[in-house]
Design a binder for this molecule. Structure first.
Ligand SMILES: [Zn+2]
Length: 64
């Protein structure tokens, strides 16, 4: 399970799905997250709290 932190309450939140959306700056990957307290958000992936290890060679999140 891919997890992050809720931006509102700081509880553990599950990444439910991801989708690439067009923006004025080009395609941006977004993720829908839902936390333990039933908050949910649709946020750019880059703004999520990092809970997974980042590969130092590429700076990208490792595949789950
Ligand atoms: Zn929350």
């Amino acid at each position: 399970m891919d997890t992050t932190l809720c931006p509102e309450c700081g509880a553990l939140a599950e990444v439910q799905w991801r989708a690439v959306m067009e923006s004025t700056d080009g395609p941006v990957e977004h993720a829908r997250i839902g936390c333990l307290r039933r908050h949910w958000f649709l946020l750019p992936v880059a703004s999520l709290a990092r809970r997974r290890p980042v590969d130092p060679a590429t700076g990208r999140l490792r595949a789950a």
